[in-house]
Ligand binder design. Structure first.
Ligand code: NDP
Length: 289
């Protein structure tokens, strides 16, 4: 009897992992591509990360994603880093290349692929709420994509300053950072506002402290929260007439890049990438409907 019983393995290491819907969209993409591939959503504690990476290596996994809290710590278990991961200092996607495990960061590029159809980032002023891993990836890629100015607002001022320095090193644009205290008014010259904090994750009623009366039509408002995708922040922005982008767009964007890296087809045509993105988005929308 012929073979064909071996699936190629990919997955994600994080904790908690139960509310991460990535598995649904990636397995839909694999089916769409006719690939006998699996995506294992694994609960991995910090103390188990080294063993998890060694296990993936031993089993010949094609690659894996990292989510909270492993994106920085994983670096010392890898054999090399791609350009974005080096600049950002965090890895969300590992690719097996021959015997080597190489870390990339696709979060920021995933965000860009969701922003670009509604707003060309070149020459814009972007205000980013947060300075953690997601904010870092988004800010660096926005800078590299040609935004004119980035304002960072974060609860911890020190972390905000650190991110501002990382962005300036990536590209010498105007970057300011300030501490977040109370209700934040959004200046009228801001073109793109991004919630890159974890406020709203798993809690549709959680409120991002932004002065709602300063939101206005013409402003693009994006949220990184994938679950639930319809956040209170986006609902308030929509009510104020803003153009809104949910966290599923970013999730799909980085998923398309990940599948490209893992399958060795990292330069799909625009049509093929759009087709796969649509399959992934539909799979996620079914889950959340
Ligand atoms: P981090 O823990 O690195 O950063 C969390 C950020 O949120 C920090 O800036 C933190 O501020 C801020 N924050 C948390 N709680 C509050 C609060 N109550 N008030 C003000 N600020 C707060 O997390 P990540 O950056 O890795 O992830 C952030 C979110 O992005 C997560 O919800 C994750 O699910 C989402 N994400 C979505 C992706 C997608 O594809 N859609 C991809 C990657 C991440 P401080 O520094 O002061 O603690």
């Amino acid at each position: 009897m012929a073979g064909g019983f071996k699936a190629e393995l990919t997955g994600c290491f994080s904790t908690p992992c139960d509310d991460n819907p990535t598995v649904v969209m990636l397995e839909a993409a694999f089916r769409h591509r006719g690939l006998n591939w699996r995506y294992i959503n694994a609960e991995v504690q910090p103390a188990g990360l080294a063993a998890a990476v060694a296990g993936a290596r031993a089993m010949g996994w094609r690659g894996f994603n990292l989510s909270m809290p492993h994106k920085v710590e994983v670096i010392r278990h890898l054999d090399g880093l791609g350009e974005s991961a080096k600049v950002i200092g965090a890895v969300n996607c590992v690719i097996r290349r021959g015997e080597k495990l190489v870390g990339e960061n696709t979060d920021g590029k995933g965000f860009l692929s969701s922003l670009e159809p509604v707003r060309d980032p070149r020459g814009t002023h972007c205000l980013i709420l947060g300075a953690g891993g997601a904010a870092r990836a988004i800010a660096v890629e926005l800078a590299l994509a040609g935004v004119e100015r980035i304002s960072i607002v974060n609860r911890s001022a020190r972390r905000g300053e650190e991110l501002a320095a990382v962005v300036r090193a990536a590209r010498p644009i105007e970057v300011t950072s300030s501490a977040w205290t109370g209700e934040l008014p959004i200046p009228t010259d801001v073109d793109v506002l991004v919630n890159a904090t974890s406020i709203g994750l798993g809690d549709a009623s959680a409120r991002v402290p932004v002065a709602a009366h300063t939101l206005r039509p013409g402003l693009v408002v994006a949220d990184v929260i994938p679950n639930p995708p319809r956040t209170r922040f986006l609902a308030e922005a929509q009510a104020a007439g803003c153009t809104t982008l949910d966290g599923l767009g970013m999730l799909v964007g980085q998923g398309v890049l990940g599948v490209g890296y893992w399958t060795g087809q990292d330069r799909p045509t625009v049509a093929a990438a759009a087709d796969m993105a649509a399959v992934m988005r539909r799979a996620l929308e079914e889950v959340f409907s």
